[in-house]
Design a binder for this molecule. Structure first.
Ligand SMILES: NC(=O)c1ccc[n+]([C@@H]2O[C@H](COP(=O)([O-])OP(=O)(O)OC[C@H]3O[C@@H](n4cnc5c(N)ncnc54)[C@H](OP(=O)(O)O)[C@@H]3O)[C@@H](O)[C@H]2O)c1
Length: 253
């Protein structure tokens, strides 16, 4: 159960090896999060994430095979997790891929796979999650979106559009869950220095997985609907969205 101070005692991560999710888990476990379920594509990275959660002090840590692109299989995976572990206080939807814009433009099938990974697949998983959480009558779903979804840029509109779609989906899901005891927090990080952005020049206001995790955990505690990381990006993107299109289209990659 989520305790009186809003701290979850169990967490399910969809995309369990994500660096941002690992930082969130590392921040939650010392705050009495006892059960950590890491759903992701089986890999040494996923196993290492589980080892880190154990080392941080979680009592029950398990990895579960989960691939967002398996649209027929993921609802059963999620139902099974809720059936086996009982109530889950917090679900963090962190799975996602960036892809290279030029490569994706040249390979529509690969673009379709990215869209399935980041949007369609997560939407299917989140619907299954919401049904389980509605039945338990409480909980929080954290959806990791991106500022890239606030306004699609020429330089990464394929990724950006997946995040716009996911973000809109999460907003609607959150509204549909009002009164059920289940809430949704949307997280919009900027450029996060890490594996996903390796080799790229950091954008202004770049941040780290650890800093994103601090903002997310604060947002969970306060019941925030939307968390920007870093927070200043809320105001930066409020202005960015108003820029004339002729200016916006010149934004660098
Ligand atoms: N890094 C940034 O600058 C940034 C900025 C804004 C938003 N975000 C979002 O934050 C989330 C976490 O990203 P991160 O920075 O933590 O990067 P990350 O470490 O690369 O994590 C992404 C995770 O998604 C998993 N994933 C990819 N395709 C999947 C699939 N088909 N099924 C299941 N899992 C899949 C990856 O699994 P594998 O380990 O098997 O590859 C990886 O563990 C993503 O949604 C990303 O779009 C990131």
């Amino acid at each position: 159960m989520i305790d009186a101070t809003g701290r979850p005692q169990s967490v399910l991560v969809l995309g369990g090896a994500s660096e941002i999710a690992q930082a969130i888990v590392a921040g939650l476990v010392p705050g009495r999060c006892r059960t950590v379920i890491l759903a992701g594509r089986p890999s040494e990275r996923l196993d290492a994430a589980a080892d880190s959660a154990r080392a941080a002090g979680a009592d029950v840590v398990e990895t579960v095979a989960f691939d967002t692109t398996d649209l027929a299989g993921t609802p059963a995976v999620i139902n099974d997790i809720f059936a086996r572990f009982g109530d889950v206080d917090l679900v963090v939807a962190a799975a996602g891929a960036l892809g290279g814009q030029a490569e994706l433009e040249a390979d529509p099938q690969a673009a379709g796979e990215l869209i399935t990974t980041n949007f369609t697949g997560l939407a299917v998983s989140l619907l299954a999650t919401a049904t389980c959480m509605r039945a338990q009558g409480y909980g929080r779903i954290v959806v990791i979106s991106s500022v890239a979804g606030d306004r699609a840029r020429k330089a990464n509109y394929i990724y950006g559009s997946t995040k716009s779609g996911l973000d809109a989906f999460a907003q609607g899901l959150g509204d549909s869950l009002v009164g059920s005891g289940v809430a949704v927090t949307i997280v919009r990080p900027g450029f996060v220095v890490g594996r996903m952005t390796e080799g790229m020049d950091p954008a202004p206001f770049s941040t780290t997985p650890e800093a994103v995790a601090v903002a997310v955990i604060k947002g969970i505690g306060s019941g925030a609907h939307v968390v920007y990381a870093p927070p200043i990006l809320r105001w930066v993107f409020a202005v960015m969205k108003l820029l004339p299109r002729a200016v916006w289209r010149r934004m660098p990659g």
